[in-house]
Design a protein around this ligand. Structure first.
Ligand code: URP
Ligand code: ZN
Ligand code: ZN
Length: 459
């Protein structure tokens, strides 16, 4: 048995001083004092918060995204996640056109099974819809998938509105949730063309081609479609703008139900001035080329308020890492490229808990961090009550968080297998001191122990 003693336990009912015992992959006991027996492994958590492991509901690992393979594999990505305190990820298995959903699910299992430090579940991203799709959906539901994704942008992935409506109805009928990438792809294509024709080809062109209205229009349309589908459950992923937030508020004010909202750390701490960063080789702005792009300070402030007000339920990463050198620099104008040739996405799977705990220090307490990064993702993605809470019988995914730790985020010391971090130099307040996945110690103070107990979470 593993016993974690003297910590402040972050329980669903609030903070309690006490001990917690892990055995056989589950939480065996929670009590004010658990006396160790001979052979028990004891960890002292004095001064620490003992929390349910964090869940990252939005990752892209070991994935071809249309432009390149992501830098992080399931092995490196889940190891990095665990070192930061994330004990479960939900990754987007993607059925590219011509690939069935069951085949995509099988392929994602081939990539992940046996290599993961953290637990993993899969959403199924759908890029075409037609004959046989309902049967395929049933098959992957039997395989433990309960959430799906569609895109309103990216020509090789996006569905039209009629198809999106049908997917919403199908997901509703299966008790799932549809995650949607909300950007109007037709407008993105046109604005990219206009920006380039003005001679703006560097990374600063990326946000100009995807302004807030492009996101807000897509969110608004999606929420009308979800209404037409009988208030089908939707998760608006990676919300980045105040205008998009307003579209969500308007839908809710119309009485619309079943709207979940996710944002990511990058939209809460970084601004679009980053696209002007030059770095050593004049191309550092490419680090921030992700979709949606980084936004104005006013957007950041609006999203932060929405997090504090509980309007945004979950904070995930959209971890989709590409190296600056050798991958993103394919879009260098000197090499004949432009910002549309830069693979979209950035890393964050390792640093989300520390970045959020730090940037909201004094505003969000330990119970709030658990709500946003453990409990709510577990509920939205059908893992509750097995995950997302400390309770006897729940899975033994536990983080012992030291709020007094001080450290600096840097690519030089990160586990993520990528050559930069957007949070370089960020002074973090708090750190995952001990991380347990399925009752096994996987990380200590940001370093992996080498254990890889991560298992598939069928939902
Ligand atoms: O730029 C990003 N976020 N790439 C990952 C795919 C997506 O849009 O979620
Ligand atoms: Zn997306
Ligand atoms: Zn994504």
């Amino acid at each position: 048995m593993i016993i974690i003693r003297n910590g402040t336990l972050v329980l669903p009912e609030g903070l309690v001083r006490g001990d917690i015992a892990l055995e056989g992959g589950h939480i065996a006991r929670i009590a004010s004092c658990i006396a160790p027996a001979e052979g028990d492994e004891v960890h002292d958590a004095a001064g620490c918060w003992v929390m349910p492991g964090f869940i990252d509901g939005h990752t892209h690992l070991q994935c071809w995204t249309g432009m390149d393979w992501t830098a992080d594999s399931f092995e490196t990505g889940t190891r990095a996640a665990a070192c930061g305190g994330t004990t479960t990820i939900v990754d987007y298995a993607t059925a590219d056109r011509g690939v069935t959903m069951p085949d995509a699910l099988a392929e994602w299992h081939r990539r992940a099974d046996g290599t993961c430090t953290a637990n993993y579940a899969f959403h199924m991203a759908i890029s075409e819809w037609g004959e046989g799709s309902l049967e395929q959906m049933d098959e992957v539901c039997s395989g433990g998938v309960r959430s799906f994704k569609t895109y309103l942008a990216y020509d090789h992935l996006r569905l039209d509105d009629a198809q999106t409506l049908e997917v919403l109805e199908a997901v509703r009928d299966r008790g799932g949730v549809l995650c949607v990438h909300c950007e109007n792809g037709t407008l993105v294509n046109e604005l990219q063309r206009r920006v380039i024709s003005q001679g703006i080809v560097g990374p600063e062109g990326h946000p100009l081609s995807r302004p807030a209205a492009v996101e807000a229009e897509a969110i608004s349309r999606l929420l009308y479609l979800a209404h037409l589908a009988g208030d089908a459950p939707v998760n608006v992923v990676h919300l980045s703008t105040e205008l998009g937030l307003r579209a969500i508020r308007e839908a809710k004010a119309r009485g619309r139900q079943n709207i979940h909202v996710e944002t990511c750390p990058q939209y809460l701490v970084l601004d679009d001035e980053r696209y002007l960063e030059e770095g050593d080789d004049g191309f550092a702005g490419a680090k921030y080329v992700m979709s949606p792009p980084l936004r104005k300070p006013s957007d950041r402030r609006a999203l932060r308020q929405a997090v504090l007000a509980g309007e945004i339920e979950t904070i995930a990463t959209d971890h989709c890492s590409f190296n600056l050198h050798g991958q993103k620099d394919r879009g260098r104008p000197e090499a004949g490229g432009d910002f549309t040739k830069i693979p979209n996405g950035g890393p964050g799977i390792e640093h989300r808990p520390a970045v959020i705990a730090t940037t909201f220090e004094g505003e969000l307490g330990p119970c709030d961090l658990v709500r946003l990064m453990s409990e709510n993702p577990a509920r939205v993605f059908s893992m509750w009550p097995r995950k997302g809470r400390l309770a006897e019988g729940a899975d033994a995914d536990v983080v012992v968080w030291d709020p007094a730790a001080r450290w600096t985020i840097s690519a030089a010391t990160q586990q993520q297998a990528v050559d930069y971090t957007p949070y370089e130099g960020f002074e973090a307040h708090g750190r995952a001191h001990l991380v347990f996945v399925n009752g096994r110690l996987v990380a200590r103070d940001g370093e992996p122990t080498g254990e890889r107990p991560g298992a598939y979470v069928a939902r």
